[in-house]
Design a protein around this ligand. Structure first.
Ligand code: FAD
Length: 476
């Protein structure tokens, strides 16, 4: 009996995996994983996510082997080598079909198209499955037949057209008869340190695997879900799920998350408990940005969603960018957030907005520089959400923050870290200050404490950004 190949990518789980279920339905499964380290690095991923990915694949391999599913592992240098690598595996194993779950950024889609063509040309069956989102791109369109470019109508259509079938969980494979094919050894994790010249931070913060993800989901729903709407904006409260790394690499599915909400919320997603409904909304944002990447592929080519903003006069400011990256802007909330990012590989959503807006508005530095820095450090780095978030902050994207609504970092700090606890945690040099002063340390303190004075003045920086955007609208 010939085998079916299941090609794992950002869907590193056995449970509720559409492609894996389909592969197992058609016969014995051989799992395949291709590591494209140089290509992923060209996409900007750094040691944090590459290490998390490697640890997740190791967990997956063990879970597969418990079901007698071998995992074949190959290294490739470039996506262009993918079709040949998979065809070689198909020949080696005598496979008759390949199954995979779709990914939506342009490069990944082009890679997959080449794989489909190569398999068809070789007379082998190949099937892509929509797994990471409830609706395939193109299934939710405006009345005019266009992709949505605004979240709220997208979200309404999403809720309106959602069916039980779209949320039905796929079966995990049961143990199959042992095959003569055996798993490949996985590479030495030190490869990643060598390739990136960096060591992953705090891997103990992000235990890999499906069990860890399921445990996080259960704890979130049990202890924080119902308070999510009130607590989600306060970085010291840990009011969010911190599931993003697991969702980004597919150790848990959006269906598993939504099914768990249905179980807690009387079978509904759109009404009922305000906290749970607000959380569902974030999962819809996640899906929205994937539709945006698929429907407006220019965003995958480093282009602005709003094409006219391409002409914006971003500043070339190496010193300002370095200060932002290193958490030395003199705005404590910005600096504390940047230190959280480089220390843990994760940053709270409210602070992603604050830091991204500070870079793009106060420093008037091109959002693409910030997008790349985030991608290099984030353990949850995911193209669609990262690009969507950055373009929102820069006022160049869908639903973009209107350019004149510029967050005042100090006001944000007073509002969302009122006691200055987050600042004290990440900037110990300010911890001795009275809580109120931590948001904007007094000028006479800078000579005695190793913390910089603000590198820009809020009002002047705001006017400079407004001016740049106004010049843009007057020239278009
Ligand atoms: P929760 O609040 O518990 O939300 C649940 C899930 O919903 C998240 O895990 C995530 O998968 C999804 N989600 C939440 N908010 C958003 C959002 N605004 N857009 C898209 N999906 C969302 N998220 C990433 O997963 N990867 C990124 O690379 C990324 N980069 C970002 C960059 C910027 C500038 C901004 C403003 C936001 C970015 N986000 C990104 C979105 C958001 O900040 C994170 O998903 C969230 O902070 C993750 O924490 P959580 O898992 O506790 O989220």
């Amino acid at each position: 009996m010939s085998v079916n190949l299941m090609w794992f990518r950002s869907d590193l789980r056995l449970h509720d995996n559409r492609a894996l279920e389909a592969a197992a339905r058609h016969g014995p499964v051989v799992a395949v994983y291709l590591r494209s380290l140089p290509h992923w690095q060209r996409h900007g991923h750094g040691a944090n996510q590459l290490d998390f990915r490697a640890r997740s694949v190791a967990e997956l391999k063990q879970a597969l082997e418990e079901r007698n599913i071998p995992l074949l592992y190959r290294d490739i240098n470039d996506f262009a080598e993918t079709a040949d690598a998979l065809l070689a595996i198909a020949r080696e194993t005598g496979a008759s079909a390949l199954h995979f779950n779709h990914e939506y950024p342009l490069d990944e889609k082009q890679r997959d198209r080449a794989v489909v063509e190569a398999f068809k040309a070789a007379d082998l069956a190949v099937a892509g499955h929509h797994d990471a989102i409830a609706f395939a791109p193109g299934e939710l369109l405006t009345g005019k037949g266009d992709f949505y470019s605004v979240f709220t109508p997208f979200s309404k259509a999403w809720h309106r057209q959602l069916s039980a079938e779209r949320l039905a969980l796929s079966d995990a494979p049961t143990a199959q008869k042992r095959l003569s094919i055996t798993s490949d050894p996985l590479p030495d994790p030190a490869d990643i340190t060598k390739a990136t010249n960096n060591t992953a931070v705090a891997s103990d913060l992000w235990p890999a695997g499906e069990d860890a993800a399921a445990d996080r989901l259960a704890r979130f729903l049990r202890f924080r879900g119902r308070r999510y709407a009130q607590q989600r904006d306060y970085p010291m409260t840990a009011g969010t799920s911190e599931l993003s790394p697991y969702l980004a690499l597919g150790m848990i599915s959006h269906r598993q998350c939504l099914q768990a909400v249905l179980g807690e919320n009387d079978g509904t997603l759109a009404e009922g408990d305000a906290g749970l409904v607000a959380w569902v909304n974030e999962l819809v944002w996640r899906e929205f940005y994937r539709h945006v990447a698929a429907g407006f592929p220019r965003v995958c080519r480093h282009r602005a969603f709003q094409v006219d903003t391409e002409a914006l006069a971003w500043r070339d400011d190496e010193a300002g960018f370095a200060a932002w990256c290193e958490g030395r802007t003199g705005y404590p909330i910005v600096d504390a957030a940047m230190r959280q990012l480089v220390t843990t590989g994760w940053m709270h959503n409210r602070l992603r907005m604050v830091t991204a807006m500070f870079l793009t508005k106060h420093l008037l530095i091109d959002w693409r520089q910030g997008e790349a820095f985030f991608m290099r450090h984030l353990v949850d780095g995911e193209f669609c959400a990262n690009n969507g978030g950055w373009q929102w902050a820069a006022s160049t994207g869908t639903d973009a923050a209107p350019y004149f609504r510029i967050f005042n970092p100090t006001t944000q700090s007073l509002r969302f870290d009122a006691d200055g606890e987050f600042i004290a945690k990440w900037l110990p040099e300010l911890a001795e200050l009275p809580a109120k002063q931590r948001h904007a340390p007094p000028m006479d303190m800078f000579s005695s404490v190793d913390y910089p004075a603000p590198i820009v003045e809020h009002k002047a920086a705001r006017l400079r950004a407004l001016d740049a955007f106004k010049r843009l609208s007057s020239s278009s």
